[in-house]
Ligand binder design. Structure first.
Ligand code: F6R
Length: 589
């Protein structure tokens, strides 16, 4: 969600540097953006825009050594220039950017209006800058930001620029903020990777911290008791791989195609992490897999994988619901969060509640240094590579591959699991050839005018049906629903009419004949039946053959769902990398 980037230092075009910083945060999802820069005469100048950053003109300021920028994903107030950040106080002496939601903004706003403050936007954020302004009348800048932030309810991160002291103050409680220490220059951002091109010395701010920063000094104080904190900057050696999409038209396609490399990496490099995680699970009493959206479907798939392969029961919950289920956790429980970004607030919140019950926290996470990564007692880095498309693809299959290998390790048949995954790589290689891609593109063209698509699967293919539906919904805005095949007769079949496109996932396993019966029943009601699986059957109007890699067949089968989502979006003239209303990192509730 919202991206934050601040710079202060020797560069005389801070606004350009911040602009580049914002570009690297674009993937988080946004609908408007803005930059504030302190110019040579001590005035704060602001530019704000709706839509994509592109190659915007930055002549709103001539020179600047201090600037902050923001990509906004609208929560309070529509997508307008007025609502875009940064926001000014009444006198344009302060500029502020914000990530999060100030839950008590309405009461603060009426208090400030009574005191004569003038508001121009509909945002909760503007309240923050006026509240700092109000306190700044009688207090130092540091104290004013402290006093204001203490009054916000909810999870928030802010950076405030002060024209008088030429200092940044930033606070956080919930949303991520990272400080980068350079040589005669300092940085603030909501993502460490945005800072790494400039410095590798970083500090991940803790909740309830306030930092004051100029080009040389960085002072961190506790928002709890105002004590000065000793800050240890860590030198990170993470590689910044060139994750460019090259000649491909979209990141989503690149990331779908990347899955063969990702799987190869998992099979050949993750033995140690898989072994450690397996031991952790076997020592725990009650294991819970939690995640949101696509990650939740990986968790659900995990329950089938662990039951089938390792013969152990693991529990599943959507993270946003898990917070209401923590009462039975004990110090022996293990709660594993699955996440691409490691910043999903619903997941982090649930895990905090689990930690309060003294449960152990594990994570399968893709972003090194993310909040989840740092919060977990035990972490397994997925190493799927950067995901830039908002729609998650390779992080999902990376989670499936790791869950499969962990389950095989627990069953004592780790080598067998690796062989199955190696076979999966060759199945995927076959699948991702030009002829097959053209076939799916052609099917997508014919389905692109449809209003509804239904998908059924059973067993481990049930979460794959759900994930296929999610890919189609997110990328193409076509209404798609995934169902457990057995649920058809309990209501769902009422939706099937003449010509309704229905997809069925049929791997070579115990679910085959039961799912096939469902297909027959849908066909009998006029459904246009599309099969995905290891062998065709006459009942199908169309069939996409994926191959047989035992339980790991869920991986190639979901790749077809991802491709359908992608090509349906392209056929409809949509940008599959940036679907409307969605953000890559969901950092607000
Ligand atoms: C779907 C998608 C979302 C995320 C969900 C969790 O394509 O991207 O459903 O999977 O928001 O995000 P992470 O995995 O970052 O915790």
């Amino acid at each position: 969600m919202c991206g934050i980037f601040g710079y202060i230092g020797k560069n005389t075009h801070a606004e350009k540097l911040v602009f580049e910083g914002l570009k690297s945060l674009e993937y988080r999802g946004y609908d408007s953006w803005g930059i504030a820069a302190l110019d040579g005469s001590g005035q704060i100048k602001i530019t704000k825009n709706i839509g994509k950053i592109g190659n915007a003109n930055l002549d709103f300021v001539k020179k600047s050594n201090m600037a902050l920028g923001h990509t906004r994903w609208a929560t309070h107030g529509g997508v307008t220039v007025k609502n875009a950040h940064p926001h000014f106080d009444c006198n344009h002496h302060l500029a502020l950017i914000h990530n999060g939601i100030i839950e008590n903004y309405a009461s603060l706003k009426s208090e400030l209006i009574k005191k004569g403050h003038h508001f121009i936007s509909e945002t909760d954020t503007e309240v923050a800058v006026h509240l700092v302004e109000e306190y700044y009348k009688k207090q130092s800048f540091e104290q004013a930001v402290f006093s204001a932030f203490k009054r916000f309810e909810g999870l928030n991160a802010i950076i405030v620029m002060d024209h008088k002291t030429a200092v940044f103050a930033a606070c956080k409680n919930g949303s991520p903020l990272i400080i980068g220490r350079g040589d005669g220059e300092n940085f603030l951002a909501s993502d460490a990777y945005a800072i790494l091109p400039y410095t590798r010395r970083v500090y991940f701010m803790e909740d309830d911290e306030l930092v004051l920063m100029d080009s040389k000094k960085i002072k961190v104080i506790s928002l709890k008791d105002k004590s000065l904190k000793k800050v240890n900057f860590q030198k990170v050696d993470w590689s910044i791989k060139n994750e460019d999409k090259g000649d491909l038209p979209h990141y989503m396609l690149k990331e779908i195609l990347d899955q063969k490399f990702m799987l190869d990496y998992v099979v050949s490099h993750q033995d140690e992490s898989i072994k450690k995680f397996s031991q952790l699970i076997s020592q725990s009493f009650g294991t819970y897999l939690v995640g949101c959206g696509t990650a939740a479907y990986a968790c659900l798939a995990g329950t089938y994988i662990f039951s089938k392969v390792a013969k152990i029961h693991v529990n599943f919950s959507v993270a946003s619901e898990f917070g209401y289920l923590v009462d039975y956790l004990t110090p022996k429980s293990l709660v594993i969060g699955l996440s691409q970004s490691g910043e999903t607030i619903d997941l982090l919140d649930a895990l905090k509640k689990a930690k309060a019950k003294k449960a152990k926290i594990g994570s399968l996470v893709n972003v090194l240094g993310s909040t989840l990564y740092r919060f977990s007692d035990h972490k397994l880095l997925l190493n799927a590579g950067v995901e830039r498309a908002v729609v998650s693809t390779k992080a999902f299959t990376a989670k499936l591959a790791h869950l499969l290998l962990i389950a095989y390790y627990l069953s004592g048949n780790y080598q067998e699991g690796k062989e199955i995954l190696k076979n999966t790589i060759s199945v995927i290689n076959n699948l991702l050839n030009d002829k097959q891609l053209l076939k799916i593109k052609d099917l997508s063209r014919r389905l692109s005018h449809q209003e509804h698509i239904y998908i059924i699967g059973r067993g481990a293919s049930y979460p794959i049906a759900l994930e296929t539906a999610l890919k189609i919904k997110e990328a193409s805005y076509i209404h798609a629903e995934g169902f457990a095949g057995g649920e058809l007769k309990h209501g769902v079949i009422a939706l099937v009419d003449k010509g309704t496109p229905c997809l069925a996932i049929l791997p070579n396993d115990e679910t085959y004949f039961d799912t096939l019966s469902g297909v027959m029943e849908m066909k009998a009601r006029g459904g246009y039946m599309i099969g995905i699986g290891f062998k065709n059957h006459e009942v199908f109007d169309e069939f996409i053959e994926t191959g047989d890699c035992q339980l790991a067949s869920i991986i190639p089968n979901v790749v077809i769902g991802q491709l359908l989502g992608y090509y349906l979006a392209v056929e409809k003239g949509l940008d599959p990398d940036k679907p409307r209303n969605l953000a890559k990192s969901v950092t607000v509730k």
